[in-house]
Design a protein around this ligand. Structure first.
Ligand SMILES: C[S@@+](CC[C@H](N)C(=O)[O-])C[C@H]1O[C@@H](n2cnc3c(N)ncnc32)[C@H](O)[C@@H]1O
Length: 253
């Protein structure tokens, strides 16, 4: 089996390459590419998987249709994302609630949706996949209830709050000031040390099949932060002009 991993940020593919080398995974290569314009022939793959990507996309249908095109007839697509409507974070102070809201606000600003995963089956159907099935897990994306785990997720969250992907945008938009951002990060780190800290982020994973008889619905009414998506876009010959902005990234690489 041969695997090709893509991400539109070179830093991500470089990180993935290093991880594959470290783990002795030899059947994978990586390319910098957009999921909206995959640099592969049609019907090239048996399976395609997007892990915590679809929730960040401004045009999820377009991405799924593109993935469908590179699948062989009978090929399977998998999408996995966190669903934040079920996030548990206890004990929860007002500052921690504000930090969690800020995170989702940044995702929405880029056209993503932290509450999109609940629509995965529908998204797959609308993109032309057959027989979509979905499930939800708590363990996959995270349940943190030991001192090591709460410290780990708190450190990740505090890093995210301080990283440019959130901090620079949130400050530039006037959503928060530097002192509040720092206070949020400090509070999250302090939460990670609490003996009663407990957090859960639900993960939704869905599968669909690219059958020759199914085709994408011409339009879709799935609502996103940037408005309804009505895209059926030819995939060849378009300029590669995907945005260069860094995106928020999952804590489970
Ligand atoms: C939360 S991270 C997940 C990374 C990786 N899939 C994982 O599971 O660790 C989301 C990733 O989606 C990538 N991304 C966002 N929009 C993309 C696009 N249009 N094409 C390719 N990658 C994209 C970002 O660069 C980022 O690395």
């Amino acid at each position: 089996m041969k695997v090709v991993g893509i991400d539109f940020q070179a830093a991500q593919t470089e990180r993935a390459l290093a991880l594959a080398a470290e783990r002795g995974v030899a059947n994978v290569r990586f390319e910098v590419a957009s999921v909206y314009d995959l640099p592969f022939p049609d019907a090239a793959f048996d399976a395609a998987f997007a892990n915590t990507v679809v929730q960040h996309l401004a045009e999820p249908h377009r991405a799924l249709r593109e993935m469908r095109l590179v699948l062989k007839p009978g090929g399977v697509v998998g999408i996995a994302d966190s669903e934040h409507s079920a996030t548990v974070w206890e004990p929860r102070t007002p500052l921690i609630t504000a930090a969690l809201d800020l995170f989702l606000r940044v995702v929405a600003h880029h056209g993503g949706d932290g509450h999109r995963a609940r629509h995965h089956r529908r998204l797959l159907l609308e993109a032309g996949f057959a027989r979509p099935v979905a499930t939800a897990t708590l363990g996959n994306f995270g349940a943190w209830g030991t001192p090591e785990d709460t410290r780990l997720i708190a450190a990740w969250f505090a890093d995210q709050l301080r990283a440019p992907a959130i901090a620079a945008l949130a400050l530039a938009q006037g959503w928060v000031d530097q002192a509040t951002l720092e206070a949020m990060a400090a509070e999250v780190l302090a939460w990670g040390e609490r003996p009663d800290a407990f957090a859960v982020v639900m993960g939704v994973a869905a599968l669909g099949w690219a059958e020759a008889t199914t085709s994408p619905t011409a339009t879709s009414s799935y609502p996103t932060a940037s408005g309804p998506q009505h895209h059926v876009v030819g995939r060849r010959g378009r300029p590669r002009s995907w945005p260069k902005k860094p995106r928020l990234c999952g804590h489970r690489a």
